[in-house]
Every structure is written in C-alpha cells, then in structure tokens.
Design a protein around this ligand. Structure first.
Ligand SMILES: Nc1nc2c(ncn2[C@@H]2O[C@H](COP(=O)(O)OP(=O)(O)OP(=O)(O)O)[C@@H](O)[C@H]2O)c(=O)[nH]1
Length: 191
C-alpha cells in the first residue's frame, strides 16, 4: 500500500438539505434525526481507495456561505441538495459558480427515502451534474440507501488522479527532439 494523500473536501448546499446527516452517516454509519443547525465543523477520516490510504479532511459548512471562501481551502466539493426541494438543486449549481478555480465536484441528491414527496427526478439531477461537469449520486442519510459513501470516495479518487497527472513529468515535444538531433549533427560537422 502506498503513502497517504491528504484531500480536503468541502460539503456545501443550502440549509436543511442534510449536509451534517450525510457527513455523520459517512463517518459513523449512524443517523440522528436532529442536529444543531450547523456551526461549521471539520472532521478527519482515513479511507482506502485503489489500495492507497487517503486522509480526508471534511469541512461541513453552515449552509449560508455565499462568499466562496472555502475555494482557497478545498481540493474537492461535495454539493448536496434535497430531492424534495427543487430550489436546493438550483442553489447547489449556484454554489459551484462561486468556485474561483476548477475543482473536482460531486452532486449528491439526498433524502431518497422521501420518494413520495420527490420534486427532482433522478434524470434531472443527472442532467444538472452533467452541466456542472460533476459526478452524480443520490442517497438517503436516513436509511443509508444509494451512493453516499461512493460520493466521498469518488472525490478522493478524482483528486488523487488529478494530483498524479500534475506531478507526472511532461514529455518533450517531437519538435524539441528534432531540434536536438539537428544541433548534434551540426556540432559533429563543425568539429
Ligand atoms: N427523511 C430524511 N431526513 C433527513 C435526511 N438527511 C437529513 N434529514 C433531516 O433533514 C434535517 C436537516 O438535516 P441537517 O443534516 O441538519 O442539514 P444541514 O444541511 O446540515 O443543515 P444546516 O446545518 O442548517 O446547514 C434534519 O431534520 C434531518 O433529520 C434523509 O436522508 N432523509
């Protein structure tokens, strides 16, 4: 198993969509019906992705952060909306626009246990994610159905992939090779 990587993950979305519930379910596999309206909180958690240990730092935001201040901190964004509140999907898309630089993003539709009051279909969520260039999952923090953990793991995996691509040495262009071959030839002729 290779060395650990740190990934900072910000969990965003409007108030009441279940950000804290999603984070707590991921960290402890539990669901608690009532949380204090979130004061911002940060958690650490280790996961193993493709045989590499990744140390996640998870920032559960207060749901009112319109400033985009988390962009300087975060490596990846988990945008949560509530499938029973159409406006929360619009809000999630709006948050993405606040990011000052490109970051891996996953859109997560929560509360699928409330199917009878669903306002946003799976297909609409998927379409919104495509427009955002984001991964997409639905879940219930309450019943643990759906791709809750996968959403976190996908962000860890994608961040690791981007880092690996950035640290890979760039290949020299073929023009550089040709130029070097010519200059070698000229040096030989000249000597
Ligand atoms: N039925 C159902 N209720 C949920 C689910 N997830 C969260 N809730 C409820 O939704 C409410 C809001 O959940 P929170 O986790 O506090 O939401 P939040 O997005 O962190 O809210 P803020 O802290 O105000 O930003 C609570 O009453 C939760 O019990 C879910 O998957 N299903």
């Amino acid at each position: 198993m290779s060395t650990s990587t740190d990934v900072r993950l910000a969990v965003l979305g409007c108030a009441g969509v279940g950000k804290s519930a999603v984070v707590v379910r991921f960290l402890t596999n539990r669901f608690i019906w009532e949380y204090d309206p979130t004061l911002e909180a940060t958690y650490k958690h280790e996961v193993v992705v493709d045989e590499e240990t990744i140390s996640l730092e998870i920032f559960d935001t207060a749901g009112q952060d319109e400033s985009g201040s988390w962009t300087a901190w975060a490596d990846a964004l988990l945008l949560v909306y509530d499938i029973t509140e159409r406006a929360s999907l619009t809000h999630a898309s709006h948050i993405k626009a606040l990011a000052a630089r490109p970051l891996p993003v996953v859109l997560l539709g929560n509360k699928i246990d409330l199917e009878h009051t669903r306002q946003v279909s799976f297909e609409e969520g998927e379409q919104a994610a495509m427009e955002l260039g984001a991964g997409f999952f639905e879940c219930s923090a309450c019943t643990s159905e759906g791709g809750l953990s996968e959403a976190f793991l996908e962000l860890a995996r994608e961040t690791r992939r981007i880092r690996a691509a950035q640290s890979r040495p760039r290949r020299r262009s073929s023009t550089t090779h040709v130029r070097q071959a010519f200059s070698k030839m000229l040096t030989k002729i000249g000597s």
